[in-house]
Design a protein around this ligand. Structure first.
Ligand SMILES: C[S@@+](CC[C@H](N)C(=O)[O-])C[C@H]1O[C@@H](n2cnc3c(N)ncnc32)[C@H](O)[C@@H]1O
Length: 236
């Protein structure tokens, strides 16, 4: 991303969320499905260092801190508007000391952004890859920011293909209003080549994926390996 494009993207995110952030947590529980499943699957040990990229209001970070005492949490987001709500939520939950927040781009992700030299143990993308312009670069840097056995956890919109054409297209138009674009290429590659655990929600509305960086990201850049079927579950 050029500096100008980067500045524009942050401004765009701020415009989208300036008012939305006040109703974000309440409204999104009705359509950002799979987030709690992802949190349950994290299986973090005390002391684990975990970053959420595109952390928004810190809804997930608060839940992770409560479920996994002793983890060290980091949140990165392009929108300073979202981050001000995140900071308030963390303070209200008494978690300000446990979570570091920073305004930055996923496309520049590195532990150094937080003044850290040690890599992360896990990286989470919860409905953020569908808004991050260079989502492949974000995944590349996530992988580079992890310990060798570090894990990647993604929940995001699927290709919506099981919902029926009219619903699919209505949903696409509505998501477009929020500058959300389901990453179909990502899902296709994961379905064919990922060795991580991939769960598709009903109607292929969303997917939840967990695995090591190696398992999850290996085939994202190159041709998809033929004949390798991932462990996959479908849920209604
Ligand atoms: C739909 S919200 C998801 C928030 C949160 N992860 C959740 O599950 O509730 C997407 C978030 O990604 C952030 N975002 C979008 N593009 C980004 C980028 N390039 N770098 C960092 N954050 C970005 C937005 O500002 C927004 O807070």
């Amino acid at each position: 991303m050029t500096a100008a494009a980067a500045g524009n993207h942050a401004a765009l995110m701020d415009r989208i969320y300036r008012r939305q952030r006040y109703i974000y947590d309440f409204t999104r529980k009705y359509y950002l499905f799979g987030r709690d499943r992802l949190i349950r699957q994290l299986a973090l040990k005390p002391g684990a260092r975990v970053i959420e990229v595109g952390c928004g209001t810190a809804r997930n970070l608060v839940k992770i801190a409560r479920r996994y005492p002793g983890v060290k949490l980091y949140g990165l987001d392009a929108s300073s508007e979202m981050l001000s709500t995140a900071a308030r939520s963390l303070a209200q939950a008494g978690l300000s000391g446990q979570v570091k927040l920073i305004q930055a781009y996923a496309e520049a992700l590195s532990p150094a952004l937080f003044g850290e030299t040690a890599p992360f143990d896990a990286v989470i993308f919860s409905y953020s890859l569908s808004m991050i312009p260079d989502w492949k670069q974000a995944l590349r840097l996530a992988s580079a920011s992890l310990v060798p056995e570090g894990t990647v956890h993604i929940v995001d919109f699927g290709d919506l293909k099981g919902l029926g054409r009219p619903v699919e297209w209505a949903l696409r138009i509505w998501l477009g209003l929020f500058h959300v674009a389901p990453r179909e290429e990502l899902l296709t590659t994961l379905e064919v080549a990922s060795k991580g655990e991939l769960v598709l929600l009903s109607g292929r509305y969303a997917f939840v994926l967990s695995g090591t960086a190696e398992q999850v990201l290996k085939n994202l850049e190159g041709p998809v390996a033929e004949g390798s079927q991932p462990p996959r579950k479908s849920e209604s």
